[in-house]
Design a protein around this ligand. Structure first.
Ligand code: NAD
Length: 249
């Protein structure tokens, strides 16, 4: 079958989990993939590249911490040097720290804010000049169900994921005349390390609240990223797509 995605995609935090599934899904459709992750996760990230290359696509690792402006700028320069352009940016890297606000602390607040919100801001800012020059871009931000409802204990995380929706809308508005779209996904609970670290009892209690009756497979969210990243999605911008198994109806 003809592959439809003759594009270059940079996916942050794609050494494992959802990011890795997004990389595989975009690669399946023909995209060249720039895999980003932390040096801390280098082994899994290199394995991701090997898997993608085995699929017959071009894939390269660009280690960088998305919270560090100099690392982000240098990563974007290197991706453009390697592939000639960046057409698709997926701001996927994220961390989670649970805790009630009245017991909260600035250390957790800062850590989550830096990765989940400053990271996407820096990456978006770094890719926009070349996307604007090329009159083409697809930016997909991975927000969360927690940005849509007040879930107990998600104060740090939900605040950053809500901010990411703001960043999405303004990026969409500012770049709409330049062939660039920016959209967000608001996934519910996905079967990745981020969720699997919860005790089994807590997980089962959570699953009992999901009308579909299970966690999402990473691929189910990755397919929605693909949809937002396709050329044909040019008229969808500033949108937030819920993918939560009916948790929020
Ligand atoms: P994960 O922990 O499995 O993967 C996150 C990846 O991001 C890791 O590879 C990690 O090394 C990388 N990362 C962390 N900090 C980074 C940094 N500063 N720079 C570069 N890379 C960094 O988590 P996941 O479940 O795959 O999450 C992916 C995204 O999906 C996150 O933004 C998360 O908030 C979001 N999300 C997850 C769920 C879920 O249920 N798992 C639900 C909604 C949204």
């Amino acid at each position: 079958m003809k592959k439809t995605l003759d594009r270059v995609a940079l996916i942050t935090g794609s050494g494992q989990g959802l990011g890795q599934a997004i990389a595989r899904t975009l690669a399946r459709e023909g995209a060249k993939i720039a895999i980003n992750d932390l040096t801390l996760n280098e082994q899994k990230t290199l394995e991701t590249a090997t898997t993608l290359r085995a699929m017959g696509v071009e894939a390269e690792v660009f280690l960088a911490d998305v919270t560090q402006e100099s690392e982000v700028n240098s990563m974007v320069d290197k991706v453009i040097e390697r592939y000639g352009r960046i057409d698709i940016l997926v701001n996927n890297a994220g961390i989670n720290r649970d805790g009630f606000i009245h017991k909260g602390n600035l250390q957790n607040w800062g850590a989550v804010l830096n990765v989940n919100l400053t990271g996407p801001f820096l990456c978006t800012k770094a890719v926009l000049p070349s996307m604007r020059n090329n009159n083409y871009g697809r930016i997909v931000n991975i927000s969360s169900l927690t940005a849509r409802m007040g879930i107990l204990g998600t104060g740090y995380y939900a605040t950053t994921k809500s901010g990411l929706i703001g960043l999405t809308r303004v990026t969409a508005a500012e770049n709409a005349t330049k062939g660039i779209t920016c959209n967000a996904l608001a996934p519910g609970y996905i079967k990745t390390d981020m969720m699997m670290k919860y005790p089994e009892e807590q997980l089962q209690a959570l699953i009992a609240k999901i009308p579909v009756g299970r966690l999402a497979e990473p691929e189910e969210v990755a397919e929605a990223v693909l949809f937002m990243a396709e050329d044909f999605s040019a008229y969808i911008t500033g949108a937030v797509l819920d993918i939560n198994g009916g948790f929020l109806i």
